[in-house]
Design a protein around this ligand. Structure first.
Ligand SMILES: [Zn+2]
Length: 165
């Protein structure tokens, strides 16, 4: 079986899908949950009904980033998918923190997309393990600009939010 080596590219972000950038998972087992905010994890919720019901966070969920971004390399433009670990490098916060921020500032996601546009990165891209997945996955992302700041910092400044209060 041939193993696809990750490719490293220098690229510029040209866009991000700001309408759909995260998904819900169970905060215990991290299984993906439906978008419906009232849905609970079947597995952990089931377990909490057993004798060992000491886990009171059984119904909690959290969000993880799943970003679709368009990048331009020197040869082509393509859409890649960026999961939580890599996306946090771009955003500088968790998906939950960003969603909370976006509740107060409804255009935050759109602005985030604009903030990222034109920024240059070195990215390592992996072939998806699932053969049906259509996008390369961003394994690592490293900003090439020495003055790059994570999205959330730029947004807080833009919207005049004080940090650490
Ligand atoms: Zn669970």
């Amino acid at each position: 079986m041939e193993v696809d080596k990750p490719t490293t590219v220098m690229c510029t972000i040209v866009g991000m899908d700001h309408s759909n950038f995260c998904y819900r998972v169970c905060s215990i087992c991290e299984r993906t949950l439906p978008d419906d905010p009232s849905s609970l994890c079947k597995f952990c919720n089931f377990n909490s009904n057993s004798d060992n019901a000491s886990v009171s966070v059984s119904s909690s969920s959290k969000r993880l980033f799943r970003l679709l971004i368009s990048i331009a390399t020197d040869t082509k433009v393509k859409v890649v998918i960026c999961f939580d670990r890599a996306a946090r490098v771009l955003f500088g916060c968790s998906a939950d923190e960003f969603v909370d921020f976006a509740k107060v500032h409804p255009f935050a996601a759109m602005t985030a997309s604009k903030v990222l546009q034109g920024e240059m990165f070195k990215m390592t891209l992996n072939k998806p393990k699932n053969g049906n997945a259509q996008h390369l996955r961003v394994a690592t992302v490293f900003p090439l600009s020495s003055v790059f700041r994570p999205v959330i910092e730029t947004l807080r400044e833009k919207y005049g939010v004080r940090v650490g209060s």
